[in-house]
Design a protein around this ligand. Structure first.
Ligand code: B1M
Length: 213
């Protein structure tokens, strides 16, 4: 890995809010692409944070700081990741489901969908089933995307699909789900239309759903 990418990983791990923006700019100046910085700098850093968190060597305030550092870099990369997004290929409503505050992966999926030309309405995190229903009625998306990072909040995905059915709008949209604990089996079980394991796969699936693949 290039030195600057290692430094970016280290800045995410340390939650170094002072240096991460400069490091990101330096990496771009060195000719690295936004995708390389994301996949080989930020993501390995956050993976390491996850390992340390699970092992009890990092705690919530530190993890939060790492998340902020990653977001700060992503704010710089976003225009580059979405720069091709001038065409409107379809509409996506996306959110992290109720009870869940993890939004980095969801933000990435939203960003990459924008980059692929989708109009995206991001409902944020901790989104109640009723809020998804309201957004479907108001925004009339082609796709509803749900993200969950906790095994305990995966159930909110099922509850959201139930709410879409009860409101009579389930058939109007394709439902795509993702997040670290989510699987294809789980998607089948709750009646989602698709599961994507990462942001790039999510974009491919979204394009297939609207016939733009
Ligand atoms: Co949390 N956390 N966390 N956390 N946290 C995890 C998820 C955990 C695995 C850590 C661990 O134990 N190793 C664990 C969950 C265990 C489980 O349920 N299986 C955990 C826990 C336990 C908790 C708390 C309960 C801790 C506590 O308070 N005791 C708490 C819960 C709060 C809540 O949500 N109610 C909590 C809190 C937090 C912070 C707030 C401190 C912070 C989140 C900050 C934020 O998001 N703004 C945080 C973080 C940062 C993590 C880890 C370290 C990193 C998550 C992340 O951002 N990854 C995480 C460990 C880990 O995953 N390594 C962990 C980077 C991101 C780009 O990846 O989100 O997987 P990811 O997204 C990927 C794919 O999954 C996919 O594409 C993305 C890009 O490729 N994808 C989709 C995601 N959504 C998709 C949607 C799609 C398609 C694909 O379609 C719509």
């Amino acid at each position: 890995m290039s030195n600057i990418l290692s430094e970016i990983s280290a800045a995410v791990i340390a939650g170094n809010l002072g240096d991460i923006a400069d490091l990101t700019e330096d990496a771009l100046d060195e000719g690295l692409s936004a995708e390389e910085i994301l996949n080989q700098g930020l993501m390995p850093g956050m993976d390491h944070v996850g390992v340390e968190f699970r092992a009890g060597r990092m705690f919530v305030p530190e993890v939060l700081r790492s998340a902020r550092a990653m977001q700060k870099s992503m704010d710089i990369l976003k225009p580059l990741l979405v720069e091709s997004g001038t065409r409107m290929v379809g509409k996506v409503v996306i959110g992290t489901v109720k009870g869940d505050l993890h939004d980095i992966g969801k933000n990435l999926v939203a960003m990459m969908c924008e980059g692929a030309g989708f109009e995206v309405r991001d409902l944020g995190k901790d989104v109640a089933p009723e809020a998804f229903v309201d957004a479907v009625k108001e925004f009339e998306p082609d796709i509803v995307g749900m993200s969950a990072l906790l095994t305990t909040t995966m159930r909110s995905m099922q509850l959201t699909i139930n709410a879409l059915e009860e409101a009579g709008v389930r058939e109007r949209v394709k439902v795509m789900i993702g997040g670290a604990p989510v699987t294809q089996d789980f998607a089948n079980q709750i009646g989602a239309d698709g599961y994507a394991s990462n942001a790039a796969a999510a974009v491919e699936m979204a394009k297939q759903f609207v016939g733009a693949a």
